[in-house]
Design a protein around this ligand. Structure first.
Ligand code: FAD
Length: 545
């Protein structure tokens, strides 16, 4: 059996190595356009910054090692240029010798990944992008001669590159066309990330479009010029599917290769995996483009299973992701609130601000957590976590819960590892479950930070139940300060407010507000609690500013 694999990194090499473990006799050939296979794409930004000092650390395998251990033929600096489905042949071109030849296949695996988007901005040819080892070599060389840099694009890779260029001592500007970096986060969750970028001395431009790239600067739509010895384009990626398109395989509108649940394309002899293929969204079941390493590696492994005659089913994706920059972790899973609103889904949002571990144990750091829940079924629709530490494990737990079909209130029941230096006896994930339980079962209702202005304009009265000291340090305009511990003795004050309009209550993060709502309700006063309290509202204001 001849198996040809196009693309020799995450999905391609996972497929190749597992195939050999499952079948000792197949003839396996991997075709890779760049000069390396199995390189650590996710580590590339950290070699730019010198955090990963040795270039060799990025190279996880060599063609020689693959031949010795797995008897796999790897052709590097070789590009697959055409697929003839009739004769089951792939045309390949050796880029060094400029010679072409063809390879027969019984099964063809497409794992060509995704390529950086290069918008038609004048001067874009000067912008460097980061995809492979050759790109990182070029960037490291350019950084050596640069004092200033502009990074265009505020996604994961742009953010990692900004941090690493700062690490190398460059004066860095970051330009993002939308109002925020890190599109998977909702605006109030991304505020601390913006603050951390600015605190690191980065000149952050949001809602700004680059109109030209000059020899030493970058021009924005408003005419401002940013100094740029080095320009990096990190504007996103698109599926590298021209080979599949030319071969007549079915693609989505956005150019991702469509595969079935066994990763077969519209031609059953051709399978495809990784960034080039459309994934099935775990929430909606729709075709989505989710270019992430875990899925690519897993799909590569699953393709080997399919070719070996097993029948694995490709799982839908949750898009679980994390980035670290400037001392913050930002992690997400599933859908965000922006998407739920755009798709007119009903949802319940929960914000909390717990410490990553017990407050009495030194070094605890605050986290911002957000959970999105289907109120009809209690299904978890998504979550976000931002903080100095502990965001990673909370999102991983929630992602696992989502994959296992555990509901939002089921998070309350999870038995998670605890000692004071790692967590709290009621872990932040348990606490999300408690809040969800309360909202699902009690009469208490919450209000979101972005609904507050409208409610107050319509006559709602806001009671701030924090201490007078906290109130003096910053308060929501129009709020009346009645500390939670005074509430029982000042019920008449609240009754007077309730006669003027619906009562809204808030504290710093939502806990005292919830207690206040329970006290008020027990005394016949309906009240709604500001979800996530002053801290979430304040982050939302910063994001909208
Ligand atoms: P790739 O790994 O891109 O491999 C595809 C290979 O196919 C390429 O090397 C290409 O040269 C080759 N190829 C394409 N067409 C042809 C052809 N016609 N002939 C021969 N060869 C061809 N994901 C995360 O989850 N977490 C991270 O932290 C993260 N960080 C990243 C940082 C960077 C800088 C980059 C670039 C990506 C990062 N990713 C991250 C994304 C992750 O690397 C990809 O999701 C994953 O590598 C996709 O695997 P793949 O096999 O589909 O494609």
């Amino acid at each position: 059996m001849d198996i040809v694999i196009i693309g020799g990194v995450a999905a391609g090499m996972s497929a190749a190595a597992r195939l050999r473990r499952l079948d000792e006799t197949a003839r396996i050939t991997v075709v890779e356009r760049s000069g390396n296979i199995s390189f650590a794409n996710c580590g590339l930004p950290y070699h730019v910054g010198g955090v990963i000092e040795q270039r060799s650390a990025l190279l996880l395998q060599t063609p020689e090692a693959m031949k010795a251990r797995f008897d796999i033929d790897v052709l590097v600096r070789t590009e697959a240029t055409a697929i003839d489905r009739e004769t089951q042949q792939v045309t390949v071109r050796n880029l060094d010798r400029d010679s072409t030849s063809s390879l027969h296949y019984d099964h063809l695996v497409l794992a060509p990944g995704a390529s950086p988007v290069r918008p038609p901005i004048p001067g874009i040819e000067r912008a460097l992008a980061l995809r492979n080892v050759e790109d990182v070599d070029a960037m490291v060389a350019a950084v050596g001669h640069a004092r200033t840099a502009v990074v265009i694009g505020g996604g994961f890779i742009g953010l990692e590159l900004v941090e690493n260029l700062v690490e190398r001592g460059l004066e860095v500007s970051m330009v993002e066309a939308t109002a925020q970096v890190m599109a998977p986060l909702d605006p109030e969750m991304v505020s601390p990330v913006h603050a951390a970028i600015r605190a690191a001395g980065v000149d952050l431009h949001l809602g700004a479009a680059v109109t030209a790239i000059g020899e030493t600067d970058v021009t924005l739509a408003d005419g401002r010029k940013l100094p740029a010895d080095l320009v990096v384009a990190a504007i996103g990626v698109r599926p590298e599917s021209s080979l599949a398109r030319d071969a007549g395989l079915t693609l989505t509108e956005r150019g991702a290769i469509i595969v079935d649940e066994h990763l077969r394309t519209s031609d059953p002899r051709i399978l495809a995996a990784g960034d080039a293929v459309a994934k099935r969204d775990a929430i909606s079941g729709e075709q989505v483009f989710v270019p992430l390493a875990q899925t690519a590696n897993l799909q590569g492994r699953r393709i080997a299973d399919v070719i070996a005659g097993r029948t694995p089913v490709d799982r839908p994706v949750l898009g679980t992701a994390i980035v670290g920059a400037f001392g913050l972790q930002a992690a997400t899973v599933g859908w965000n609130e922006k998407r739920l609103r755009a798709e007119h889904r009903t949802y319940r949002a929960i914000h909390t601000h717990p410490l990553d571990h017990a407050g009495y144990y030194p070094g605890a750091a605050s986290l911002a957590l957000k959970l999105l829940v289907d109120p009809a079924t209690d299904e978890i629709l998504g979550a976000q976590a931002v903080g100095a530490k502990g965001a990673d494990k909370r999102i991983d737990v929630i992602a696992t819960a989502m994959a296992g079909g555990i509901t939002a209130s089921g998070l309350a029941e999870l038995e998670l590892a605890y000692a004071p230096q790692f967590a709290s006896a009621k872990d932040p994930v348990n606490m999300l479950g408690f809040v969800d339980e309360n909202l699902a079962t009690e009469t208490t209702r919450s209000i979101q930070w972005h609904e507050l202005d409208e409610a107050v304009s319509a006559g709602a009265r806001l009671v701030d139940v924090r201490t007078p000291g906290e109130f003096a340090n910053g308060a929501i305009p129009g709020a009346v300060n009645i500390p939670v511990d005074d509430l029982r003795s000042r019920l008449d004050d609240v009754r007077a407010l309730a006669e003027q309009g619906p009562v809204l209550v808030h504290c710093a993060v939502g806990i005292r507000g919830h207690i206040a709502c329970r006290i008020l309700e027990a005394n016949g006063i309906q009240a709604r609690n500001l979800d996530g309290g002053f801290r979430t509202w304040d982050a939302g204001q910063a994001a909208s500013a």
